[in-house]
Design a protein around this ligand. Sequence first.
Ligand code: NI
Ligand code: MN
Length: 226
Amino acid sequence: MNITYFGHSCFGVEVNGKHILFDPFISPNELAANIDVSTVKADYILISHGHEDHIADVVSIAKRTNAKVVCNFEISVWLNKQGVSTTHPMNIGGKWKFDFGDVKCVAAAHSSSLPDGTFGGNPMGFIIESSEGNFYYAGDTALTYDMKLIGDYRRIDFAFLPIGDNFTMGVDNAIIASEFIRCDKIIGMHFDTFGYIKIDKELAVSKFDNAGNELILFNIGETKTF
Ligand code: NI
Ligand code: MN
């Protein structure tokens, strides 16, 4: 799987030839000024929750690419009102078979209002299971005991976890989360974009290393193969 980082919590993951884009927040992100949002590929867009820093570019990318937008029911209804008709509403606990693999929605402990103040339903994380491998995209969340369920019942090859603290869990709790989900390969997200979530990246990597886990941090625009 090729994974490209577009800044903040936005990643493009190529699974079985399909481009899955997570939480696009590119054009308002000063750190992602090197990314031309009009060239970002998407066959699917997965949205963890309604906050601006996860949804800012969804409407424009969905309209340009005709991507299927997978999100909770409330965000789906809101996107339909913005002229995006290609939505697939889901909710926590539900799974659906897409052509690239299965998507299961799991709980996230956070909030989810939409940019205009509309109620954005409940925040979610996603587990992707495919013939090319399995991964967990946590979205914005605190450390929760529910994450143990993922580790107990699924095999996760790698996971995207927030590490910026203040709005989500930070590095120390993300290390515990990686133990709960039994995954030693963690891709960090939701750090450095704003003052509240600036972190010491070297310290974060060494803390994960000391715990026996690998923390992988991308440069914005960088692609790595998993
Ligand atoms: Ni959020
Ligand atoms: Mn956020």
